[in-house]
Design a protein around this ligand. Structure first.
Ligand SMILES: [Fe+2]
Length: 401
């Protein structure tokens, strides 16, 4: 996606001689998507990006960065996962990911990371990291992105990078099996954001200068279509003196998403932020709500018949969900085959309200999401019944309050 950037030194003409101070040639690399028929960048390395000295199969930690314990949502139920109950002490943002939900198109995980990740290349697809809290540096051969609360970070397929928390960082990781970018309907035929798009080029941050690291015999973990492999590179892969193109890691803050509002309730597609293969990502941000004199600001009950809806509650209050047990860090899954909506009484309570202070990230998938081991470990199993029996009543009926 993204628009053209040029960082560091590049030769005036592509594919021509470009020499280092010692007279040797820089090693030019073309990283390109879709068979070199889509976005690409040209990078200029000090050393050959092909020079590996070892390769060995790698097994990620069980139940974390693996597909262990993935099971169908059967019996079909709405689910509620409490991510803050997961124990990720000492974790990094790659191998410490706790898998929650997955299908063959997308995998969603959560981590509270406090140690730097290994150098990592996801050769399966793009990653979208959403920062719930804290800060981190995303280092790659393209440069450094400093990200914090509310940032989405898009890391294109096969970009070698590492995530270095500044203190601690809480993040949701959305791993695709293809490319993630803005919805096509937001873009002109040449890729410029159109006026009706809720964000535009000025809201996008990219690397601003080269990032060079010296080193020899450097390990890089590669997640590929048949598992994981540890490569040892002869030289540190962060050896790029310059690059240009449309392919690079970039960040966009959810707080720069301009909500589209109306006299009556606006449909979910107005919140769309990104699209990926067989899924979309939407942002629900603080906004003035519906201003028709008879409007009901909370959503109607709805059934998204072709999608599973995952919603990550990442800030604000959750008035429409009062009584459900949903809170900061919660993830709800409302699957296709189940009609969902506000909690009992929420529609009446919302009448006359003119502002919603809510912040949430939604992932809608077009194929069913399976439940992963860590997701089941932090599940609130009573959630499915809360429309009939809200949590407040449940505690009373159970004699626990
Ligand atoms: Fe929904």
């Amino acid at each position: 996606m993204a628009y053209y950037r040029r960082i560091g030194e590049v030769p005036p003409k592509r594919h021509t001689q470009f020499r280092q101070p010692d007279g040797s040639l820089y090693a030019e690399e073309l990283m390109g998507q879709e068979g070199f028929s889509s976005d690409s960048s040209l990078l200029y390395h000090r050393y050959l990006p092909t020079a590996i000295t070892a390769a060995e199969a790698f097994d990620p930690p069980a139940g974390r960065a693996s597909d262990a314990a993935r099971q169908a949502n059967r019996p079909l139920k709405p689910r509620h996962m409490q991510t803050h109950k997961l124990d990720t002490t000492g974790a990094d943002a790659v191998l410490g990911r706790q898998h929650l939900l997955a299908n063959d198109d997308v995998r969603i995980s959560y981590v509270l990371a406090d140690t730097p990740s290994p150098l990592y290349r996801n050769a399966v697809g793009d990653e979208c990291l959403y920062i719930e809290a804290g800060q981190a540096r995303i280092e790659s051969a393209f440069g450094v992105l400093t990200v914090g609360e509310g940032d989405y970070v898009i890391i294109p397929t096969s970009v070698i990078h590492r995530v270095v928390p500044v203190g601690q960082v809480r993040l949701l990781a959305i791993e695709a099996t293809g490319h993630i970018g803005p919805p096509k309907r937001y873009l002109s035929v040449r890729g410029q954001f159109l006026e009706h798009s809720p964000y535009c080029e000025r809201d996008i941050r990219g690397p601003e200068e080269p990032f060079l690291v010296d080193g020899e015999d450097v390990d890089v973990l590669v997640q590929h279509r048949r598992g994981w492999t540890k490569f040892t590179y002869a030289h540190h892969p962060f050896d790029v003196v310059g690059w240009d193109g449309h392919l690079y890691p970039w960040a966009f803050s959810i707080h720069d998403f301009e909500p589209i509002t109306g006299r009556v309730h606006q449909p979910p597609p107005v919140h769309q932020t990104f699209q990926g293969p067989n899924f979309v990502i939407c942002s629900f941000v603080p906004r003035k709500v519906d201003y028709h004199p008879l409007s009901i600001p909370v959503p109607y009950n709805h059934h998204n018949v072709d999608s599973d809806e995952m919603l990550f509650y990442t800030g604000g209050n959750y008035e429409a969900r009062r009584g459900s047990g949903i809170g900061q860090g919660s993830i709800s899954l409302h699957p296709s085959g189940f009609t969902h909506g506000p909690q009992p009484g929420a529609a009446e309570r919302a009448i006359g309200v003119d502002y919603f202070d809510e912040l949430a990230v939604m992932v809608d998938t077009f194929r069913p999401l399976d439940l992963c081991g860590p997701g089941l470990e932090c599940e609130d199993t009573a959630y499915a019944w809360t429309w009939a029996r809200p949590a407040d009543n449940r505690r009373r009926l159970d004699g626990t309050a």
